[in-house]
Design a protein around this ligand. Structure first.
Ligand code: ATP
Length: 223
């Protein structure tokens, strides 16, 4: 099985998340994508607006039409509001899989650019192969600068309009693969959606209808 972990705040989940997960599924031949709302994201100091339970409920509604997508509790809040570190979650997930399964971590380019700040980043990048969805303005130079601890981009393994596969290597010779989805340019962000809802502006092309209905029913993001 080819499985991707897709972590995020999902506050709320939006059509940008669904589009990158669909593109990754189709281009990397994924069997399952695990949408895992995070309990406490270490790099988002002010936390999330909606509770973990609401974010999980919205994720379930958003992915309902997609059989390959699953909501996952893997990154649920930890006791004592401890931060959820992606490396711990991925190592736990990897240990639960069959040795022949291929694990990927799907992230957006903006998150990838903060990689150096992630817990044990130089180790994390070798836990599984990464899939990075471009965001408007993202360049390969930025990607190179975001690589931690002398890890360097090496050979291009495959290149097309839809997928660039790179080999990454550290000074000790350890290798991993980075799969870039270069043509994704979704202008959608949860921050903009929360602001639009608070201002009473329309959001319908950006959010699945079921998620929007849930937001209004629960009174989320209204102020
Ligand atoms: P916020 O605006 O609150 O920071 P967000 O819209 O970036 O939220 P997250 O839940 O933080 O959404 O994102 C989860 C993952 O999805 C992250 O890796 C993020 O980079 C990626 N992502 C979100 N929106 C897009 C998008 N429009 N294009 C590409 N990647 C995206």
């Amino acid at each position: 099985m080819r499985i991707a972990f897709f972590g995020g705040t999902f506050d709320p989940p939006h059509c940008g998340h669904l589009k990158i997960a669909q593109a990754a599924t189709q281009r990397l031949h994924l069997d399952r994508v695990l949408f895992a709302p995070v309990g406490h994201q270490p790099l988002k100091l002010h936390g999330s607006s909606a509770s973990f339970e609401d974010r999980m409920a919205m994720v379930k509604l958003a992915i309902a039409p997609f059989p390959a997508f699953e909501a996952s509790e893997l990154d649920a809040p930890l006791p004592g509001r401890r931060p959820n570190y992606t490396i711990d979650t991925l190592l736990r997930l990897k240990a639960s899989l069959h040795p022949h399964d291929d694990l990927f971590c799907l992230i957006g380019a903006d998150s990838f650019l903060t990689l150096k700040d992630w817990q044990r980043a130089a180790e994390l990048i070798f836990v599984c192969n990464f899939i990075v969805a471009a965001r408007p303005g993202f360049t390969l130079d930025q990607m190179d600068r975001a690589l931690p601890c002398n890890i360097q981009r090496q050979t291009i393994l495959q290149q097309s309009k839809e997928l660039i596969r790179f080999c990454l290597r550290n000074p000790q010779g350890k290798q991993t693969e980075l799969n870039l989805l270069p043509d994704i340019h979704e202008e959608i962000s949860a921050t903009a959606i929360r602001a639009a809802i608070a201002a009473g502006q329309p959001t319908s092309p950006l959010l699945p209808q079921s998620v929007l209905a849930y937001i209004y029913q629960r009174g989320l993001y209204q102020s």
